[in-house]
Design a protein around this ligand. Structure first.
Ligand code: E4P
Length: 228
């Protein structure tokens, strides 16, 4: 499963991209509305940092407006993926944009039937929102499992993207179900780092090594010799 970052904050992308784990990014109007600066600059910077698909969302209510916005957003950066909300107008826009060669991320998908329509309209990515399903007491893992099964059974090319990730357990579920991508907030990336045995183990390695000061000198010498 590939990992995208879900944010409008360039500083968060800088940090997580430096770990070498990102293949792309997703933004949305709510995430961008929290940031200072021009949305186009932010999207370009994020796209440069992740060097992969970077979703920028249209906001028009009708297909014509979505298509015009999508075409303009694509010109911001080669990596821009047009994010289109699910619905009849979104499906029309997705078909037109993908026929024109755009990558489209169909967002706000909450059921296998919606995913089937999204994939049939040519969407590159179908975004299912786990956290928002859980918020209304619908089992997001079951919905996601059905979406993966339905798209695979039809041999549709769209990638299943797990979105609205709220905690590391969502990540494990999405990966186990065979999702192609998860888009993850920086907070959850940080939570994924943590395990008490890792912290404890690193401290023990450090103290054991320091108990033999000559080993430290040996390693420094090795590094110096390697650098020439
Ligand atoms: C990403 O594409 C979605 O817009 C995002 O994951 C939504 O997350 P939220 O439900 O936490 O707002």
């Amino acid at each position: 499963m590939e990992l995208f970052i879900d944010t409008g904050a360039v500083s968060e992308v800088e940090e997580i991209a430096s770990w070498g784990v990102l293949s792309g990014a997703t933004t949305n109007p709510s995430l961008l509305a929290k940031e200072d600066g021009e949305p186009g600059d932010i999207i370009r910077k994020i796209a440069d940092l992740v060097n992969g698909p970077t979703s920028a969302e249209v906001v028009s209510a009708d297909a014509e407006g979505m298509i015009a916005e999508g075409q303009a957003l694509r010109k911001l950066h080669d990596h821009v993926t047009v994010k289109v909300p699910f619905g009849p107008e979104g499906l029309k826009a997705t078909r037109a944009l993908t026929d024109d060669g755009a990558m489209v991320n169909m967002t706000l998908v909450f059921s296998p039937n919606q995913a089937l329509l999204a994939a049939s309209s040519g969407a590159t990515f179908v975004s299912c929102f786990m956290g928002r399903l859980d918020d209304i007491s619908v089992d997001s893992s079951k919905v996601l499992e059905e979406i993966v099964d339905v798209l695979r059974a039809r041999d549709l090319e769209s990638k299943v993207l797990a979105a609205s990730i709220r905690h590391p357990e969502h990540m494990v579920t999405a990966a186990s179900l065979g999702c192609d991508i998860a888009t993850v907030p920086a907070k959850v990336f940080h939570q994924m780092l943590n395990h008490p045995l890792t912290t404890e183990g690193a401290a023990k390695f450090e103290s054991d090594w320091k108990s033999r000061p000559e080993f430290g000198e040996w390693l420094s010498g090795l590094v110096a010799a390697d650098k020439g």
